[in-house]
Design a protein around this ligand. Sequence first.
Ligand code: ADP
Ligand code: ASP
Ligand code: MG
Length: 409
Amino acid sequence: MALIVQKYGGTSVGSAERIKNVARRIAKTRAEGHDVVVVVSAMSGETNRLVALAHEMQTMPDPREMDVVLSTGEQVTIGLLAMALKEIGVDAKSYTGWQVALKTSSAHTKARIEHIDDAAMRADLTAGRVVIVAGFQGVDSNGNITTLGRGGSDTSAVALAAALKADECQIYTDVDGVYTTDPRVVPEARRLDTISFEEMLELASLGSKVLQIRSVEFAGKYQVRLRVLSSLQEGGEGTLITFEEDQNMERAVVSGIAFDKNQARVNVRGVPDKPGIAYQILGSVADANIEVDMIIQNVGAEGTTDFSFTVPRGDYRQTLNLLQEVQKNIGAAEVDGDDTVCKVSIVGLGMRSHAGVAATMFRTLAEENINIQMISTSEIKVSVLIDEKYLELATRVLHKAFGLEKTSA
Ligand code: ADP
Ligand code: ASP
Ligand code: MG
């Protein structure tokens, strides 16, 4: 008998019929003799609907109240799923984040999990009940409801699996595993039986939304056995995230491609070229809690420099406003930007031992006349910033150039 944490995402609980289907899956796992803790998301579209409603009330919704509203989506699904289980004779009990209690920091809309009280859940499991926990939400030390950032139910599930020392954390979604890239964009994408933890972490951080980045971080920190599977089809092993490197394995140079539309580029032009400038520009952005990603600095005309960097698209306007202030102080010539850009990244452990991977990437994009605006690299990835209208094309041609299609498997 094992303890299994199963997480079902928005599409998997998107209708009454689908919730009943999830209940049947859970009943099957119970019948096999396992203890089950289930984490569910809000029904698909619900969180977006709540975000839109909040914006109708307030231009910049109050973060505490935003979390009060956002957490309702998951509360509906836990109750409905508990009812569906009872209807088929499986005892179950639902828990909101605060009922668990799943304690988080106070950073509303992007809180971090700090501690999970497992006593109540364990008592239910011992009593033979299925425990159903609302994903994406927690409670801070002052009793305020918090949420963990979009896609946060993955993180709730892995954190619960870590706290309960579960044998496996299964993430059920609308695809049957982790693919070489998003199969919605490249139909030739191939499902991977396994992916290394490092590659999965990189793909998630570069925009592949199949797993929220923090869920992968948790899995690494607590060595949680993590698997991605389909809730919509029967059977299948899905994709297992692996921690040990198999030295004998012939590694693909590139294992996957991620893309991220949540990008905007900001330029500060004609900046006097002297020490402290980067700090003055980026310091003001960091003070506003805006995350800077790619950065380049070029020599400009006559002792000046041009400075460009990327920020999340939602922070674009605020960044431009901030820089208008900074521009006056540092005597820069111009501040402008572009929020119709995207980042496309190739990821692979094999890059460590292969030269020329970046060159292949640049040549492939050049052959399609796709202009590269920025580049950033690490040991196991190369990212480029390009016009967002080329996102699909770039992903497709790179997928082919690195031999990732089904036929070449
Ligand atoms: P859920 O609601 O179950 O959390 P998400 O929509 O958050 O589901 O994540 C699943 C989606 O992630 C898939 O439908 C797919 O479009 C997308 N995706 C992006 N990159 C990948 C990838 N490399 N492998 C599989 N799916 C991916
Ligand atoms: N319902 C939340 C969202 O849509 C959390 C999740 O689904 O993981 O972002
Ligand atoms: Mg998700």
